[in-house]
Design a protein around this ligand. Structure first.
Ligand code: IPM
Ligand code: MN
Length: 346
């Protein structure tokens, strides 16, 4: 019989609230014969305050044994900026070699967006997840003085770029429009930018059916707003992808709907699924958080584990739920989770 052994990291702020709804919908959508086991990991700001730990080796080791990880959000104003982001979230992405950070954007019906009514916004950003300026390859000299010098060097390897570019081509080839856009900044970042473009062009020879395009990242931000329908699959660097996917979320219905998967396509390590949004400490505990992004992340998780029909059921339920959301009616985190759980079960 089938089973899913899931690690759950609720984390901080609204992370705990939205993850509870994600689990609710997961339990509702799974067929009877699939055994769902979950283990919750107490990681995040509270743990750090209590013990000073972000992600101890024993827990990292234990997380490795699960089929997948569902994560809420990491970060809290009571913890110095970067401690949990680097020591927990990025540590997981790096340790489990999540080189594909998959962030789909779709214009759902009835959502608050400057682009409401525009047709066919349906693209996916393949954000590199293990390199670029995120590697912590930098330093500071004469820190805190007026002569301080700080570097934050972007690390790009041919190996790392080729594997994410290949993944993006494969995803583009599997979609109806078969279009792949590389986003970088090779008019200024002439070393990494040219390496990305050369690898992109070389791998592209193996995918003659995929139409390719290249955009500088600044120009891409314009097209995200003025012509988002031109995008199908986008492949880009870790930091550009971080920024572009917040913009993508904002223009397609808000950060409350944006899902992501930190994927290791080789299966060597568990992949990790999380909403794009953060811990939103300002609304934590108020029941205002929209759990939809986490629920859509559960759909990505299910798809990754081979439960395609269940993933589609969640996505269809979200589309139907959004179509019926009426302006002015405010539902709590729990109410949205309940409504979606009912929809996917029926
Ligand atoms: C995201 C977040 C993270 C990132 C932070 C919290 C480290 O912004 O998942 O997009 O920069 O990747
Ligand atoms: Mn981000």
């Amino acid at each position: 019989s089938r089973s899913i052994d899931l690690a759950v990291v609720p984390g901080d702020g609204i992370g705990k609230e939205v993850v509870a709804q994600g689990l609710k919908v997961l339990a509702a959508v799974l067929p009877q014969d699939v055994k769902l086991e979950t283990r919750e990991y107490d990681l995040g700001a509270q743990r750090w305050h209590r013990t000073g730990e972000t992600l101890p080796d024993a827990e990292l080791e234990s997380l490795k044994g699960h089929d997948a990880i569902l994560l809420g959000a990491i970060g809290d104003p009571s913890v110095p900026s970067g401690v949990l982001e680097r020591g927990l979230l990025l540590k997981l992405r790096f340790a489990f070699d999540h080189f594909v950070n998959l962030r789909p954007s779709k214009l759902f019906p009835n959502t608050a967006t400057p682009l409401a009514g525009r047709p066919d916004i349906d693209f996916v950003v393949v954000r590199e997840g293990t390199e670029g300026p995120y590697t912590g390859n930098g330093g500071s000299l004469r820190t805190g003085t007026e002569h301080e010098v700080a570097t934050e060097v972007s690390l790009n390897t041919a190996y790392g770029v080729e594997r994410v570019v290949r993944d993006a081509y494969a995803r583009a080839a599997a979609r109806p429009r078969k279009k792949l856009t590389l986003v970088h900044k090779n008019n200024v970042l002439v070393y990494a930018g040219h390496m990305w473009k050369n690898i992109f062009d070389r791998v592209g020879q193996e995918y003659p059916e995929v139409t390719t395009d290249y955009l500088h990242v600044d120009a891409a931000t314009i097209f995200f707003v003025t012509q988002p329908e031109r995008f199908d699959v986008i492949v880009t660097d870790n930091l550009f992808g971080d920024i572009l996917t917040d913009l993508a979320a904002a223009v397609t219905g808000g950060i409350g709907l944006a899902a992501s998967g930190n994927i290791n396509p080789t299966g060597a390590f568990p992949s990790m699924f999380e909403p794009v949004h953060g811990s939103a400490p300002d609304i934590a505990g108020t029941g205002k958080a929209d759990p939809t992004a986490t629920i859509l992340s559960v759909a990505l998780l299910l798809r990754h584990l081979g439960y395609e029909a269940e993933a589609v059921r969640i996505e269809d339920a979200v589309a139907a739920d959004l179509a019926e959301r009426t302006a002015g009616t405010v539902r709590t985190t729990d109410e949205i989770g309940d409504a979606l759980a009912v929809r996917v079960a029926s």
